[in-house]
Design a protein around this ligand. Structure first.
Ligand SMILES: Cc1cc2nc3c(=O)[nH]c(=O)nc-3n(C[C@H](O)[C@H](O)[C@H](O)COP(=O)(O)OP(=O)(O)OC[C@H]3O[C@@H](n4cnc5c(N)ncnc54)[C@H](O)[C@@H]3O)c2cc1C
Length: 481
C-alpha cells in the first residue's frame, strides 16, 4: 500500500483521493482552506446562502458516461436533479429569449421570428445534434453515440464552428436579440464549439442542477472520500515538495510540519507550482498554454431582495451599455436567482447574485489593487456594488428599493481563496481553432509527482477536475501496481 499525498482538496483532489482509496492506497488530502471543495463553493451572509458554482453540471443524465463517474464520487446517486426550464435567458431591451429545453421547437420559433437567420439557425441545430451524438447522450434521437464513420461525415459541418469565436458566431445573426442570445452564455473570446458543446449537453438532459447545489455536492464528495478511509487535513498549506534524485519524498507545509510520501498528486494552478512549490520547470506543453491562452475570472455581487418572486429567475443575462464595459470589466451582466432551492433565503425573500466575466487585465487590476492599497480596493468593491445595484434597478424597475448588498467578490478574492495566479476559477479560455485536448499529467524528470485538476484541459470545469483526478489515481497503478 503506497502513501499518497494529494495537494488541494477541490474536486480534482477529492476525485484522485476517492479513486486512489478504492485502489487500496493510503491517501492524505492537504487543503489550505477550512473546507474542502475548492471552486465548488458556497457561503452564508445574513441568513442567505450564496451558491458560487454550479450553473450546470455536465453528467446529470444517467445514460452518460460522466454520470457513472459522478456516482463513483458519491456526487449524484440518489440525488434529485432539478431540470430548469431554460439554461439561461437573454434579456435585451425588455424582450426575453430563454435557451429552453426543446431544441427543435426553439430553432423553429427563432426562424419564425427572424426568417433572415433561418439558415444559420438550422445549421446550428445540426451541429448541436452532432455534438449530442458525439457525447453519447441518451434522449430524443440519441440513444447511441455516433460511430467514427458517422462523425467523419459530419466533420465539415463542425469545421465552420471550429474557426469561429462566440463573438464571430453572434455577428452572423441579424436579429439583435438572437445575436445577444448567442453571445451571452459564455465569454465572447471562447470558440463557438464551447457554446455548442454546452448547449448540446443541456438539450440532451445532461447539464442540470443537483439538489442542494454546490454545497451539497461538495459535502457528498467529501463524505465519500472520508467513508473510504481517506484523511482530509484542512488549513494545511503546502509550501514545498521535497525532491531527492528525481523523486518526491515529502511535502512541507506553512505550519512548519512535513509529511513523507511515496507519491504526490498536485491539483493546483501550475503557475503556482513549478519553480515555487516544486523546484523544476513547468513542462513545455503546459508552459506554452500560459504563453498563448487567455485566463479569465469574474466580478460578482450578491443582493438580498425583499420580493419573494422577482421577475428574474434562474440565470438571466443582459448586455451592459458600451460605456460601462470598462468600468464593469465585461460586456454582459448575468443575474442568478436559484429560486428552486427554497432554503437558500429567509421566507418571503429572494437572493440575486450577479456575475460579469472579466479578462486578465481586469483580474490583474483587482489583484494588484488589493495587494497594494486595501483602502482603495474596499472602496472599489463598494463602488461596484453601488453601480451593479443601480444597473439592476434601472433594468428591472420592480427591484427599486428592495435590494440590500450582501457581498462583493472579485478576482482578488479568488486569488486569495483558491491560490490561482490570475484569480481564475476555471482554467484557460478555449479559443477558436483549438480543441480541448488533455495535457499529460506526468512531469518529465520527476517520476512520482502526478498532476490533476482543471488546468490540464481548457476550459476546466467540474467534469474535467473529476476526470483528471481519476486519471491521476490511475497513474498510481503504473507506479505501484
Ligand atoms: C462562479 C463559478 C461558477 C462555476 N460554474 C461552473 C459550472 O456551472 N459547471 C462546472 O462544471 N464548473 C463550474 N465552475 C468551475 C469549477 O468549479 C472548477 O473548474 C472546478 O471546481 C475546479 O476544480 P479543481 O479541483 O481542479 O480546482 P480548485 O477547485 O481550484 O481546487 C484547488 C484546491 O487547492 C487548494 N490549494 C491551493 N493552493 C494550495 C496549497 N498550497 N496547499 C494546499 N491547498 C491548496 C485550493 O484552496 C483549492 O481548494 C465554476 C466556478 C465558479 C467559481
Amino acid at each position: 500500500m503506497a502513501k499518497i499525498l494529494i495537494i488541494g482538496g477541490g474536486v480534482a483532489g477529492l476525485s484522485a483521493g476517492i479513486y486512489a482509496q478504492m485502489a487500496g492506497h493510503e491517501t492524505v488530502i492537504c487543503e489550505q482552506h477550512s473546507v474542502a471543495g475548492g471552486s465548488l463553493t458556497h457561503w452564508a451572509r445574513q441568513g442567505y446562502h450564496i451558491d458560487n458554482c454550479i450553473h450546470w453540471l455536465t453528467g446529470t443524465n444517467p445514460a452518460s458516461s460522466l454520470y457513472r463517474l459522478w456516482c463513483d464520487l458519491g456526487a449524484l446517486d440518489g440525488v434529485e436533479i432539478y431540470k430548469r426550464p431554460a439554461l439561461f435567458t437573454m434579456d435585451f431591451r425588455g424582450e426575453r429569449l430563454g435557451l429552453s429545453r426543446d431544441l427543435d421547437e426553439l430553432i423553429e420559433r427563432l426562424c419564425a421570428r427572424s426568417p433572415r437567420d433561418a439558415g444559420e439557425l438550422r445549421a446550428l441545430r445540426k451541429v448541436i445534434d452532432t455534438f449530442q451524438g458525439f457525447q453519447g447522450i441518451a434522449g430524443k434521437g440519441h440513444d447511441q453515440a455516433y460511430d467514427n464513420k458517422k462523425m467523419a461525415a459530419r466533420l465539415p459541418g463542425i469545421l465552420k464552428y471550429f474557426n469561429l469565436s462566440v463573438e464571430d458566431l453572434a455577428k452572423r445573426f441579424h436579429d439583435p436579440l438572437i445575436r445577444h442570445f448567442i453571445a451571452g452564455l459564455v465569454p465572447g473570446n471562447f470558440g463557438a464549439l464551447a457554446l455548442i458543446f454546452t448547449t448540446a449537453g443541456f438539450f440532451g438532459d445532461n447539464a442540470d442542477l443537483p439538489e442542494g447545489g454546490s454545497a451539497a455536492m461538495a459535502r457528498r464528495i467529501t463524505e465519500r472520500y472520508r467513508a473510504l478511509g481517506g484523511t482530509l487535513l484542512l488549513n494545511k498549506t503546502a509550501v514545498q515538495i521535497e525532491l531527492e534524485g528525481g523523486r518526491a519524498t515529502a511535502v512541507r507545509f506553512a505550519d512548519g510540519t512535513r509529511l513523507s510520501a511515496d507519491a504526490v498528486i498536485v491539483t493546483l494552478d501550475p503557475a503556482c507550482v513549478f519553480g515555487k512549490l516544486l523546484d523544476v520547470p513547468m513542462p513545455q506543453t503546459l508552459a506554452k498554454e500560459y504563453g498563448r491562452l487567455e485566463r479569465f475570472s469574474a466580478v460578482h455581487c450578491a443582493f438580498a431582495c425583499d420580493l419573494a418572486q422577482p421577475s428574474v429567475t434562474g440565470d438571466v443575462s443582459f448586455p451592459l451599455p458600451r460605456a460601462l464595459h470598462k468600468t464593469m470589466g465585461g460586456a454582459y451582466l448575468a443575474v442568478r436567482n436559484d429560486h428552486h432551492e427554497t432554503d437558500y433565503t429567509p421566507a418571503g425573500k429572494s437572493l440575486l447574485q450577479t456575475m460579469v466575466y472579466c479578462d486578465e487585465e481586469t483580474a490583474r487590476h483587482y489583484i494588484e489593487l488589493r495587494k497594494t492599497n486595501m483602502v482603495a480596493y474596499r472602496k472599489e468593491k463598494r463602488r461596484i456594488a453601488w453601480l451593479t445595484q443601480k444597473i439592476l434597478e434601472a433594468k428591472f424597475p420592480e427591484l427599486a428599493g428592495t435590494l440590500t448588498v450582501l457581498d462583493v467578490w472579485t478576482p482578488a478574492t479568488y486569488r486569495r481563496y483558491l491560490g490561482t495566479e490570475m484569480g481564475s476559477f476555471m482554467s484557460f479560455a478555449l479559443p477558436r481553432r483549438r480543441l480541448p485536448i488533455r495535457k499529460s499529467n506526468r512531469i518529465p524528470g520527476v517520476a512520482n509527482v502526478v498532476l490533476a485538476g482543471q488546468w490540464l484541459q481548457m476550459p476546466g470545469g467540474l467534469p474535467i477536475a473529476a476526470r483528471t483526478g481519476r486519471d491521476a489515481a490511475a497513474v498510481l497503478e503504473e507506479l505501484f501496481g
